[in-house]
Design a protein around this ligand. Structure first.
Ligand code: PLP
Length: 230
């Protein structure tokens, strides 16, 4: 089932790229495996996935131990400062940096381990109460502040768009994140290399690709519905 789902997703990615004149190689797929057992992650791995996304530190580190070492792990969930030490040195990219205090903790731990950590700044473009992320207005300042810290590198922006019935409804939010990204690039901030836009999930990734996503994060579309009752 996972292999077939991946083929379907792949076809949709290709079509969205073709529609918007983008190269397939410019869009990277993250298999969001939260709540799913490692057997299912292995199936995705065997079908070619090397980027996996998790939203809980404990689950990420447990799966990290059990899965092959050539996987790029993406932390996509809200991160508490006291858990930073468990994932630095293991994660490839932290998508959910939403405060200077969190960035400072990541920087401190990265210095301690003598590594550099790549991060994205999470922006709450729709201004939803329930979501984490900096505001549109504060995003550029936060990026500039993080850029001054040692051993942490801002690579781009991430957003979690609202849950909607029609992906078209999120187009303006994806366009907004892209605009904030372009504005930050034009500021030419030292030590910032804006390359990545992490946006789009199962319900809206094709629209996100059309609006410039470089990372799409897909869970349900690959692994099926999640069961949170256990
Ligand atoms: C769960 C999750 C996803 C994947 O959601 P689906 O709708 O299942 O594709 C993507 N991004 C984040 C931040 C998530 O928490």
């Amino acid at each position: 089932m996972i292999r077939e789902n991946l083929e379907q997703v792949e076809e949709n990615i290709r079509k969205a790229c073709a529609r918007s004149g983008r190269d397939r190689g410019d869009v990277k797929l993250i298999a969001v495996s939260k709540t799913k057992p490692v057997e299912m992650l292995r199936e995705a791995y065997d079908a070619g996935c090397r980027d996996f996304g998790e939203n809980k530190v404990q689950e990420l580190t447990a799966k990290y131990e059990q899965m092959p070492k050539d996987i790029r792990w993406h932390m996509i969930g809200h991160l508490q400062r006291n858990k930073v030490k468990y994932i630095v040195g293991k994660v490839y990219l932290i998508h959910s940096v939403d405060s200077l205090r969190l960035a400072e903790e990541i920087s401190r731990e990265a210095v301690r381990q003598n590594v550099t950590v790549s991060v994205l700044v999470e922006v709450n473009v729709a201004g939803e109460e329930s979501k984490f992320g900096t505001t549109d207005a504060e995003a550029a300042d936060l990026v500039a502040e993080i850029a001054k810290l040692p051993n942490i590198l801002v690579k781009g922006l991430m957003t979690i768009a609202p849950y909607v019935d029609f992906s078209e409804e999120n187009r303006l939010y994806f366009a907004k994140l892209k605009q904030i990204y372009v504005d930050i690039i034009q500021k030419n901030i030292d030590n910032v290399c804006m390359e990545e836009l992490s946006m789009g999930m199962t319900g809206d990734y094709e629209t996100a690709i059309e609006e410039g996503a470089t990372y799409i994060r897909i869970g349900t579309g690959i692994f099926g519905e999640r069961d949170y009752t256990q």
